[in-house]
Design a protein around this ligand. Structure first.
Ligand SMILES: N[C@@H](CCC(=O)N[C@@H](CS)C(=O)NCC(=O)O)C(=O)O
Length: 240
C-alpha cells in the first residue's frame, strides 16, 4: 500500500475537505499526516517553503508527486484512487465536470472567499466586522440557495466533490455563528450531504474545536494588539 504524505493544519477548512474526500474514497488509511501549527508560523519554515513556495496547506506528496490547492488535490485523488462507485464524484462527462468545476470555483472565488473576507479579516488586522462584507456573503449564500432550487445536490442528482467542498464552507460558517436557516434549499441539502458523508462527525468534531481555538486565540491577540495601540497612541498624545 502506498503512503500519501499529507501536510495539514488542525482546524483548516481546505484540509477538512481533503480529509472528507479521503474518507469518501476509502484511502484515508494511506494518509501520513505532517501537522503544521499556524500559531507557530510553521508553514513559513524553510523546509516547508521548499515543498510549497506558496506556504499553504493542504499539500500532498504521492509517490514523489507534490500538489497543493485542495480542489486540485481532491480531483487528483478521485482520478487516481477512485473506484467504479466513486466515479460520480468527478465524472468524465465534460459538461457535468464543467459544472462541478464552476461550483468549485464559485466556492473558491465567491462563497468561501466572501466568508473569509467577512469573518477572518478581523483576525488578521483587527478590523471590525463589516456590514457590507456581510451583505456580500449573504448574496453568495443566496446564489447557492438558487443553484440548489430543484436540485438534489450541488450538481444534479449525484453527490460530487462540489458537495464535499461546499459542505465544509457551510459547516465553517455555521460554527462561526453564521446561520443559514433563511436559505431552505441550503438547509435541506446540508442535512442530506452530511448524512451521506462517511466519517463526517469523526472528522468534523476535532476540526470544530481546533478551528474555534485558533479563532479565539487570534481574536484575543488582535484585541490585545488593538488595546496596545490605543495605549501607545494615548501615551504619544500625552507627550505632545
Ligand atoms: N486555496 C487554498 C487555501 C489554502 C490556505 O490558505 N491554507 C491556510 C490554512 S486554512 C494556510 O496554509 N495558511 C498558512 C499560510 O498561508 O502560511 C486551498 O484550498 O488549498
Amino acid at each position: 500500500m502506498s503512503i500519501i504524505d499529507f501536510y495539514c493544519m488542525p482546524g483548516s477548512p481546505p484540509c477538512a475537505f481533503l480529509d472528507l474526500t479521503g474518507a469518501m474514497l476509502g484511502i484515508d488509511h494511506r494518509f501520513r499526516y505532517h501537522s503544521k501549527e499556524f500559531r507557530r508560523s510553521e508553514t513559513l519554515e524553510e523546509d516547508f517553503i521548499k515543498i510549497n513556495p506558496q506556504h499553504t496547506v493542504p499539500v500532498i506528496i504521492d509517490e514523489g508527486f507534490t500538489l497543493w490547492e485542495s480542489r486540485a488535490i481532491c480531483k487528483y485523488l478521485v482520478a487516481k484512487y477512485g473506484k467504479e462507485e466513486h466515479k460520480n464524484l468527478y465524472p468524465a462527462d465534460i459538461k457535468t465536470r464543467a459544472i462541478i468545476d464552476q461550483r468549485l470555483d464559485f466556492d473558491l472565488g465567491i462563497l468561501y472567499a466572501r466568508f473569509y473576507e467577512y469573518y477572518y479579516w478581523q483576525l488578521i488586522d483587527g478590523s471590525p466586522l463589516s456590514e457590507v462584507r456581510f451583505k456580500l456573503l449573504q448574496e453568495a449564500l443566496g446564489f447557492l440557495n438558487s443553484f440548489l432550487e430543484g436540485s438534489k445536490f450541488a450538481v444534479g442528482s449525484n453527490m460530487t466533490l462540489a458537495d464535499l467542498n461546499i459542505l465544509v464552507s457551510i459547516e465553517t460558517m455555521r460554527i462561526s455563528g453564521i446561520g443559514v436557516e433563511q436559505y431552505p434549499n441550503i438547509v435541506r441539502w446540508f442535512e442530506l450531504v452530511k448524512s451521506m458523508t462517511p466519517k463526517f462527525e469523526k472528522i468534523m468534531k476535532p476540526y470544530r474545536k481546533h478551528h474555534n481555538d485558533v479563532v479565539d486565540h487570534y481574536l484575543e491577540a488582535t484585541v490585545f494588539q488593538r488595546n496596545q495601540k490605543i495605549i501607545s497612541d494615548l501615551a504619544t498624545s500625552d507627550k505632545n
